[in-house]
Design a protein around this ligand. Structure first.
Ligand SMILES: Nc1ncnc2c1ncn2[C@@H]1O[C@H](COP(=O)(O)OP(=O)(O)OP(=O)(O)O)[C@@H](O)[C@H]1O
Ligand SMILES: [Mg+2]
Length: 212
């Protein structure tokens, strides 16, 4: 088990009201497997991933990562550096480096970089800067940066949202390949039914409840 959530509530309070985004969520997320989380827009998928990454607090309940309470981890940055990575909905890349240099920055393994450029259909763009890429290309670069880093756990927020069906299928196949090879744990939020083919566990968020 990589994560355990016990009776987690998440409330967002505005001036006029409090909205419960997660309501008594208890779940165990398996290690070395692919867990897919679906749910309508606004249901709390990104909020859940933010919580799993340790950048959002819960209102009530416990979140354990490898048995340790996330809120009690005093050196989250060392976990982020080596163990746990997060592809956010807005792609994070280094704007002043070219595509290939962005990958090299994460890990200078040139063989793996060549494979990633090829499988993510970025080979021809190796010299481009992120600002010269389309939305989907930029998202694939951000994904490639995390794959080249080879974290043990990778959280992915709608990784194929900006891709056409064909490109999305290729990316999903490659994700599965890397996950299996490296024994990574993946938690993926998505609307894309193609992810169901590679999922070991599927969860959905409906009205704050997480069901499998
Ligand atoms: N910091 C915040 N303050 C107040 N409300 C928030 C905050 N972050 C998210 N919310 C609200 O929580 C709800 C869930 O947001 P979240 O981004 O987790 O949804 P999502 O399932 O990822 O949606 P999408 O599929 O559109 O990405 C939304 O109604 C959103 O407005
Ligand atoms: Mg979201």
């Amino acid at each position: 088990m990589i994560y355990e959530l016990i009776d987690v509530d998440k409330l967002f309070r505005s001036k006029s009201q409090a909205v419960k985004i997660l309501d008594s969520v208890s779940v165990k997320i398996p290690e070395g497997k692919i867990t897919v989380v679906s749910g309508p827009s606004g249901s709390g998928k990104s909020t859940l991933l933010n919580i799993l990454f340790g950048i959002e607090d819960v209102t009530h309940g416990e979140v354990r990562y490898r048995g340790e309470l996330l809120e009690e981890v005093d050196d989250l940055s060392s976990i982020w550096r080596t163990d746990l990575s997060y592809l956010t909905q807005v792609p994070q890349t280094l704007e002043y480096l070219r595509v290939r240099e962005n990958l090299e920055f994460m890990n200078p393994d040139s063989e793996l970089i060549d494979e990633i450029l090829d499988k993510l259909a970025l080979s021809k763009l190796w010299k481009s800067y992120p600002s010269e890429l389309s939305g989907g290309e930029h998202q694939r670069l951000a994904l490639g940066m995390l794959l080249v880093k080879k974290p043990r756990t990778l959280l992915l927020d709608e990784p194929t949202a900006n891709l056409d069906q064909g490109t999305a299928s290729k990316v999903i196949t490659f994700l599965k390949e890397v996950q299996k090879r490296e024994g990574m744990s993946l938690v993926i939020s998505t609307h894309d039914p193609k992810f169901l083919d590679i999922a070991d566990l599927t969860l959905s968020i409906v009205n704050g409840k997480l069901t499998s």
